[in-house]
Design a protein around this ligand. Structure first.
Ligand code: GLV
Ligand code: GLV
Length: 320
C-alpha cells in the first residue's frame, strides 16, 4: 500500500504525476478557498506527506496530531506559516520552493516599484473611468526610477535578482541583510548599510526579508520617519514585517510618498482597510511568484520533495 499524501489546495494534475507514482494523493478540490481546519486535521492524521500553502497555519497542535507525518512541502519560499521547532521535534522534514521562483518574484517586486513610482494603476484607472480630457504637462506625473537609489532590505536570492534589475535601470544599490554579502557587493556594486542609514538614503525601500522574530514589525513608525519624504516603500516579503498603522500614518502625513504592497499583515486584506483608499498605494493580492511557468515549477518541486522523503532519500530543497 502506498503512503498517503494530502495536498491542501487544487494544483494542476500534470504536476502531480511523479508524486502519484509513489503515493496515494488526496487533494482539497478548490483553488481559491482554503481547506477548513477540521478537514486539514482529519487528512493530516492519516498523511505521511502534506503539500501546504503559505496560507495554511501548520502549528504545534496540528503537528502533534499528525502522527504519521514525515514531510511537509510548502508551496512557497517562505515558511513562517510552519512551526519549524515542532516539526523538528516530531521528525518531520520541512521543504520550501526556493530558486524556481526567484526571477518571477523579482520581476513582480520591480513591477510594483515601477507601478508605484510612475502611478501606473492610478493612470490606468483614470483612463478607464473616462477622466482623460486632455494631455497635460504634469498630468499623472510620477517619480523617476532610473539613476535613483534603491535600498534592498533582505538580500537573499530574490533581493539579488531585484538588484540585477535595478542595475539595468542605472540605479544606485544599497542593501541591508543579516550578513554582509561580499560577492554580491562585488558583482552588483551594492553597498551594505546599517538599517537606518539605508532608510535615510534610499528613494525606494524594498522589503524582501523573510518573517522572523527579528524582522517582525521592523518597518515601524520610527523607520518611516527615517525615510525621505519622497520615498516609496515596496513590500514583496511578508506583511507582518510592517506596522501597517504606522505605514498608514506615514502616508497620510506625507512622511513618505507612496507604497507598493504585495503582502499584508492579514491576507486577504479587509477591503475597507485605509491603505486601499489611498491613491498613492498600489496593492496586489500576494502574487510575487504567480507566473504560470513558475507556479508549475513550484508544484513539481514540492511534489519531488515529498516523493524523495517517502522513498527514503534526501529532500531536494529542505529548510535548513
Ligand atoms: C511567497 O510569498 C513565497 O514565500 O513563496
Ligand atoms: C529567497 O529565495 C530569498 O532568499 O530571497
Amino acid at each position: 500500500e502506498k503512503p498517503y499524501v494530502f495536498v491542501t489546495r487544487k494544483l494542476p494534475e500534470e504536476t502531480l504525476t511523479a508524486l502519484k507514482q509513489v503515493a496515494e494523493v488526496g487533494m482539497w478540490p478548490h483553488e481559491e478557498k482554503a481547506v477548513p481546519n477540521d478537514v486539514l486535521y482529519a487528512e493530516a492524521e492519516k498523511a505521511e506527506g502534506l503539500l501546504t500553502m503559505l496560507s495554511d497555519k501548520i502549528d504545534e497542535k496540528l503537528l502533534d496530531h499528525a502522527k504519521s507525518l514525515k514531510v511537509i512541502a510548502n508551496l512557497a519560499v517562505g515558511y513562517d506559516n510552519i512551526d519549524l521547532e515542532a516539526a523538528k521535534k516530531n521528525n518531520i522534514t520541512v521543504c520550501n520552493t526556493p530558486d524556481v521562483l526567484t526571477d518571477s518574484t523579482a520581476d513582480l517586486a520591480f513591477s510594483l516599484l515601477l507601478a508605484a513610482a510612475r502611478r501606473i494603476v492610478e493612470s490606468a484607472n483614470y483612463v478607464q473611468e473616462g477622466k482623460w480630457n486632455s494631455w497635460g504637462p504634469l498630468l499623472l506625473a510620477g517619480a523617476d526610477v532610473h539613476h535613483k537609489t534603491i535600498g534592498i532590505v533582505g538580500m537573499g536570492r530574490i533581493g539579488e535578482a531585484v538588484a540585477r534589475r535595478a542595475k539595468g535601470f542605472d540605479m544606485n544599490i544599497l542593501y541591508h541583510n543579516r550578513n554582509r554579502k561580499p560577492s554580491t557587493e562585488q558583482e552588483l556594486g551594492a553597498a551594505y548599510k546599517e538599517f537606518h542609514d539605508l532608510l535615510k538614503e534610499s528613494d525606494f525601500v524594498v522589503c524582501l526579508a523573510p518573517l522572523t522574530s527579528e524582522t517582525k514589525g521592523m518597518f515601524n513608525r520610527e523607520a518611516f520617519q527615517f525615510m525621505k519624504k519622497s520615498a516609496i516603500f515596496i513590500n514583496a516579503g511578508r506583511g507582518a514585517s510592517v506596522d501597517e498603522d504606522a505605514l498608514v500614518e506615514a502616508l497620510q502625513t506625507g512622511e513618505i510618498d507612496g507604497a507598493g504592497l504585495d503582502v499584508f499583515v492579514k491576507e486577504p486584506i479587509d477591503p475597507n482597510h485605509p491603505l486601499l483608499a489611498m491613491k498613492q498605494v498600489v496593492a496586489l493580492p500576494h502574487i510575487g511568484s504567480a507566473s504560470v511557468e513558475t507556479r508549475l515549477k513550484m508544484s513539481e518541486l514540492a511534489c519531488r520533495n515529498i516523493a524523495r522523503i517517502l522513498e527514503g532519500k534526501e529532500a531536494e530543497t529542505p529548510v535548513k
